[in-house]
Each structure stands twice: as C-alpha cells, then as structure tokens.
Ligand binder design. Structure first.
Ligand code: UTP
Length: 417
C-alpha cells in the first residue's frame, strides 16, 4: 500500500488522524503504519464501535438452568470408572494441554507476561513454573509426555519464549512443549471510534480475547500437530490459576464416558451476587451468562434441592474433544467490548495518560463457543481444590489470596510448593 492508498482508506473510514502520526514518524514506523492500515479491517471496526453503543438484552431468549454433576456426590463406583477411563486417555498419550497466556494482565499490573509472575512462595516459583511442575508430575505418574501448547500474544510472545528458554523449560520432558503460538489482535478504539495511536507511533492493537484460541490453534498449526499425534482430548486452561488441574483423570473420564463434545469444570458460586459468569441454557444451547447480564431474581433462584439454579460458575477449566475444535475453527465468535484505560498519543503528538477508562478493547470469549456445541458436560469441582485466581494486584483474587489457597492445597495433599 502506498501513501495515497492509505489516505484514501483512512478518509473512507474517518480515521485521518493516523496521517498526523504518519507525518511525525521515522521511516521504519511509517512502514509499520502502512502495513497496519493495509491489513486492518476498518469495516469490522466500524461495526464493533457501533456495538459499544448498543445494549445487550435477553428478553427474547429462553434462559433455563443447565444440568450438571457434582463430583463430590459421585458414588465410589462412578468415580472409579471415570478415573480409570481418564487415566487410560492420559497414559495412552491422547491428552494435550493448552495454556492461554495471551492476556494483558492489566489488573495485576505486572511488568511482563502474567506467567512470569512470582507468586511469592518460599521457592519464588513463577506461575509458569507452578504449571510446569504440575504437568511434570502428571508425565511422571502416567509415564507419558503430555504435549503442551502455550498461547501467547504478539505483545508477549518473545518475552514468554525467552523466559522458558532462560529457565531451561523448567526441565519439562524434551519436545513436550510443542509450541508457543500467537493469538490474533484487534485495534483499540477511543470513545469516538478512532483507532488509538500508541507511544511507538503506530496503531495500538491488543490481543483478541481468550476466544482467539480457536482460530490461533488452527492457524499456527497447533491443532494439526495434535492431530498428527493422535490426540483426542484437549484441556484448555488459564495461566493465572495455580490450582488448574490440567490432567485430571476424573474430569477427562467424565467427559469421555458420556461422549460429550466438550466439558467444563465448574465451581458453585460462593453467594448469589458473586461476580462470575454462570452456565445456563439459552434457547436450548449451553451459554455462559455474565454477572452483568443476570437478573437479581435469576441469581437467587434455587432448585428443589436448595441449590442455586444458576450457580455453576465458568472458571476457564475446559476440555474439548478434538473433533469439536475442528468444527469451531470455522465459526466466528461474537465480539464483546471492554471499556479500559489506555495511554495514547493525540493528534499533536502529546502522550495522554488517562485517569479513567477512555478506550474500547474488543475480545471474543472462549465460553461463547459453547453455544455452538449442543453437548457440553458440566462437572462441579471444588473451589479450594481447583481455583486460585491471580487477577488483581491487591484484595480479592490477588497474589496474596491465590498464594494462600495454593499453599493450603499443597499442604492438605502433602506436597511441597
Ligand atoms: P483475563 O480475562 O482474566 O484477562 O484472562 P487478563 O489479560 O489475564 O487480565 P486483565 O483482564 O487484563 O486484567 C483469563 C485468562 O485468559 C488469557 C489470560 O492470559 C488468562 O490466562 N487470555 C485473556 C488470553 O490468553 N488472551 C486474551 O486475549 C485474554
């Protein structure tokens, strides 16, 4: 694309402020801007901006509770059966693991990829090392190398790879970490729908949400690699939960024995107003309804056993059958917008550091894929065993709370952190 073509495209979409950035830029930055403008789908951005101005309503949808199984209520025979099936899958090399580590971790505010964050244990292990330890134990237990795929973003890919390299991949079995693949990204917009110019002088782009995994594992060849290795089940989890059980035979056996196309390990809401997304059925299909979308009445509704009807929280603990992933790669997930704070460079070249949200980021969510999968199994796990989120710098879901949960779990199970 040359300057004239860029100008024409920017004029068409009312984004001519980019030309001011171009005029200020050095040759290398000019080149980057040209490439960005050529690649970016401004028509899509126009639609996404329009979406930020529209409210989501559910009054025309039928919302119902979604059945689940509580792992604590399984009888010994059922448990044994599931564990046996799950262990066979792991042992025979049919399980792969994907860790989603492409997020920006804005709330935590750590300088670097979230996985490199030192949780503050006596051992000073990073989140990445904690996850590696878990998988190494599973590999030893089942005499197998579990193939591990790590999703990064364009922003944090290099730092992530260098971190693993500098720690000799935490001695994970050779060839076990199959690849660090990159998810897609989308430009961020200001409150008037204009693309943001960052401090580097180019259009600011951000990772396109954890739903980006479906396109990314396909595009970067991870899915193909799994197929070549005869993988049947793929556990997909987050990087910011040191209690994530990536090779849990009970969960895997539950999904496989019931022929589910995908399964999610849930945790019951601690209280009706807890700010978590919960599973439901929307027009007959599995759906995760956000805490911002659920009515007070629904949040408090209880079933005949006194359990919350909409209490199964989605915690990014998901298993997919490989055939399901093959299908999802062909579908576009809906975008959600998040109103965030973002530094930007204005038309005069001044760096603006906002005090309140001033920008929109667009993301797809992994759980929106459930709406495309009729057969999703829910297995309720236990909060204290499965979930220690590291989200905020302080307070709830912070390193302090996660560390305590992790240390308590390890102590309960006679393990060293
Ligand atoms: P969150 O949605 O909590 O986002 O990610 P985050 O980036 O870690 O933190 P904030 O919201 O900016 O403070 C949950 C999991 O999904 C991954 C994250 O790395 C984390 O493991 N994720 C999120 C991605 O891999 N890509 C994304 O685009 C977003």
């Amino acid at each position: 694309m040359n300057y004239e073509e860029m100008k024409e495209k920017l004029e068409k979409y009312n984004q001519t402020h980019v030309l001011a950035a171009y005029d200020r830029a050095d040759d290398a930055t000019k080149e980057k801007l040209l490439t960005q403008v050529e690649r970016i789908d401004f028509e899509q951005l126009k639609e996404l901006y329009h979406m930020t101005q529209t409210e989501i309503k559910f009054e025309n949808n039928k919302i119902e509770p979604m059945p689940y199984v509580d792992s604590a209520k399984l009888n010994e025979e059922e448990k044994k059966k599931y564990i046996e099936i799950g262990e066979n899958i792991i042992r025979s090399g049919k399980l792969a693991v994907v860790t989603m580590a492409g997020g920006q971790g804005t709330r935590l505010g750590h300088n670097g990829p979230k996985g490199t964050f030192d949780l503050g244990l006596e051992s000073h292990k990073s989140l990445f090392e904690i996850l590696t330890d878990y998988l190494k134990n599973a590999c030893e237990k089942y005499h197998v190398t579990i193939p591990w795929y790590i999703m990064t973003s364009k922003d944090n890919n290099r730092d992530t790879v260098e971190f693993f390299e500098s720690h000799n991949f935490f001695d994970y079995p050779k060839d076990g970490i199959r690849m660090f693949f990159k998810q897609g990204e989308l430009p961020m917009l200001d409150e008037n729908g204009k693309v943001i110019i960052n401090e580097e002088g180019i259009i600011k782009e951000a990772a396109d949400g954890h739903g980006g995994i479906f396109e990314a594992i396909f595009k970067d060849g991870a899915l193909e690699d799994m197929k070549n290795r005869g993988i049947e089940w793929i556990f997909v989890g987050s990087v910011d939960n040191p209690l994530v059980k990536m090779a849990d035979p009970l969960f895997i056996g539950y999904a496989a024995a019931n022929n589910y196309m995908a399964a999610s390990k849930t945790i019951v809401k601690a209280y009706p107003e807890e700010k978590v997304g919960v599973f439901c059925k929307k027009d007959g299909m599995p759906y995760v309804i956000e805490y911002t979308e659920i009515s007070n009445e629904m949040a408090h509704q209880r079933d005949e056993n006194g359990e919350l009807s909409f209490g199964e929280a989605h915690m990014l603990l998901n298993l997919f059958n490989i055939q399901t992933l093959e299908k999802i790669k062909e579908v576009k997930l809906p975008y959600h917008s998040a109103h965030k704070k973002s530094n930007l460079v204005d038309e005069k070249g001044n760096v603006i550091i906002p005090e309140k949200p001033n920008a929109y980021k667009f993301e797809t969510f992994i759980f929106d894929a459930f709406a495309l999968i009729p057969d999703v199994g829910l297995l309720r796990g236990k909060r204290e065993d499965d979930f220690a989120p590291v989200k905020n710098a302080e307070g709830n879901d912070s390193p302090v709370t996660a560390r305590k949960l992790y240390e308590d779990y390890m102590k309960r199970n006679g393990m060293i952190c």
